[in-house]
Design a binder for this molecule. Structure first.
Ligand code: NAD
Length: 497
């Protein structure tokens, strides 16, 4: 089998070596570039501009000018509604092209690129959804509290200039979840894609320009976190940082942005549990769903993947057998091959990290499947076999830390209270899955879990449903009205009559 990313690379007509500032494409101020190596082959498939503080300064200044001019934030509501719907329409129209660009970026197979949660279609739905808020969210008029004759009112004002920082793993949805509500609220944006996922984000930016997003309203500075990201989170003229990525960088953003007390939204990592009860409708489907989430598509490099399976002892052996069967069925290789279902790890650093966790897991638990790097025709890529550890103690490293790879820790439990205690025994709180046919148990356990999103016998991210984390999985929510409001400031106005 040969992996064929290079011909696809040559067919891309993007302005890959450029930044987009104040309506103009151009190189980084110091001319620096970044080479992107494809995770499946190790070959260089893209040269991108690697910006720095001077580029961020220019982008923030452009965003500030555009915000203050009010050409976007104070434009007719119908103008913003129309542009947002056109963004959705153009994304849908270019879905195949965007899926191919994602395969060049992060090697997520084109076949998996149509699965709703992380698809172009989901991103388009987020733009349509937020178009609906533009003329519907306002403030309140309140009765005079102390009697007499006056008006007390609240207004929702756009927050201003937003630094939006993206990770590499789900470019379509995560781009939309930041850019759409910020634009709907009337903000202006400086956006940084991950250095490991630039092709697809640059193409989406081109489509948004075509849809009518005005110059200065959306600016893009590509490059590293240390150079571009750091300047975006400390810049004096940035009002809000909206970040999706690792917990470590999220904590750093809170500290680094404190000097100017920026508003901060954080979507961080997780160690989400799946709770499999003996009355689950189908143990085989539960196992396939859990193993699929940890191995297919992103190869476990997904924030909300159920990486801990908490399984009742009565169905434990049945679950493990089905889980191993599912793991054996996952296929790897060329992301442009429609039969390929999963991806390599994003870079060598992540490969070493995941293999390190697997080694420590071998002394902490019973390895039942996988546990090694894939070789042969896949040896040049960062491929790791689907790996399942059984009989894991929930306090073990592999049950506590976000590994971000195809590694499932299976933990047995005896009753519902123990399952809830194990599920909540983590510093994270992003998501959880329940498999049970008992509707009262489903709601009882959902209420008891300390997690932002719960899936009962299945899970889907929806544009109108808030998504985000309890505990160290983040601050704030994306999706729905709360996401739109997170790009506004509440202002109170008092008027004696
Ligand atoms: P990362 O934290 O390494 O990088 C994310 C972004 O931050 C990149 O653009 C990077 O360049 C930038 N960055 C790095 N250092 C920075 C700094 N000092 N200042 C500002 N920006 C900086 O994460 P990643 O490897 O790209 O993504 C994986 C992580 O993202 C996982 O932890 C995953 O759980 C999380 N994630 C969370 C969600 C969610 O919705 N909660 C969704 C997807 C991914």
């Amino acid at each position: 089998m040969t992996i064929t990313v290079q011909p696809h690379r040559e067919s891309v007509g993007l302005k890959t070596g450029q930044l987009y500032i104040d309506g103009q494409w151009g190189p980084a101020a110091d001319g620096a570039t970044w080479s992107h190596r494809h995770p499946a082959t190790g070959e260089v498939v893209g040269e991108f501009a690697s910006g720095g503080a001077a580029d961020v300064d220019a982008a923030v200044a452009a965003a500030r000018r555009a915000f203050d001019a009010g050409t976007w934030s104070r434009s007719r509501a119908s103008v913003r509604v129309g542009v947002l719907h056109r963004c959705a329409e153009l994304l849908r129209r270019h879905a195949d092209e965007l899926r191919a660009l994602q395969a060049l970026d992060n090697s997520v197979p084109i076949a998996f690129g149509s699965i709703y949660a992380t698809s172009v279609g989901a991103a388009a739905d987020v733009f349509d959804h937020h178009a609906g808020w533009v003329d519907k969210v306002g403030g309140q008029t309140l009765p005079p509290y102390q009697g007499g004759d006056h008006l007390a009112m609240t207004f929702r004002e756009p927050i201003g200039v937003v630094s939006a920082i993206l990770p590499w793993n789900a470019p379509f949805l995560l781009f939309a979840q930041k850019v759409a509500p910020a634009l709907a609220a009337g903000c202006t944006i400086v956006l940084k894609p991950s250095e490991y996922c630039t092709f697809s984000v640059l193409r989406m930016v081109e489509l948004l320009i075509e849809a009518g997003v005005p110059a200065g309203v959306l600016n893009v500075v590509t490059g590293t976190g240390a150079a571009v990201g750091e300047a975006m989170i400390t810049h004096r003229d940035v009002d809000k940082v909206s970040f999706t990525g690792s917990r470590a960088v999220g904590k750093h953003i809170v500290e680094a942005s404190a000097g100017t007390l920026k508003r901060v939204s954080l979507e961080l990592g997780g160690k989400s549990p799946a709770l499999v009860f003996p009355d689950a409708p189908d143990i085989g489907i539960a196992a396939a769903t859990v193993v699929g989430a940890v191995t297919m598509g992103l190869s476990g490099q997904a924030c909300v993947a159920n990486t801990r399976a908490l399984v009742h002892r009565d169905v434990y052996d049945q679950f493990l057998a089905a889980a191993q069967g599912m793991a054996a069925a996952v296929t790897y290789g060329d992301p442009f091959d429609p039969s390929v279902m999963s991806a390599p790890l994003i870079n060598e650093r992540q490969l070493e990290r995941v293999l390190g966790y697997i080694e420590s897991g071998k002394s902490e638990a019973r390895l039942v499947t996988g546990g090694e790097r894939l070789g042969g025709e896949l040896a040049a890529g960062n491929f790791v076999a689907p790996t399942i550890f059984a009989d894991v103690d929930n306090r073990a490293t592999i049950a506590q830390e976000e590994i971000f790879g195809p590694v499932l820790a299976v933990v047995p439990f005896g009753d519902e209270d123990e399952a809830i205690a194990l599920a909540n025994d983590t510093e994270y709180g992003l998501g959880a899955g329940l498999f049970t046919a008992d509707v009262q148990r489903a709601f009882r356990v959902s209420r008891a879990l300390r997690a932002g999103t719960i899936g009962i016998n299945g899970f889907q991210i929806e544009p109108h449903l808030p998504f985000g984390g309890f505990k160290q999985s983040g601050l704030g929510r994306e999706g729905g009205q709360s996401a739109f409001e997170a790009y506004t400031e509440l202002k109170s106005v008092f008027l004696p009559l």
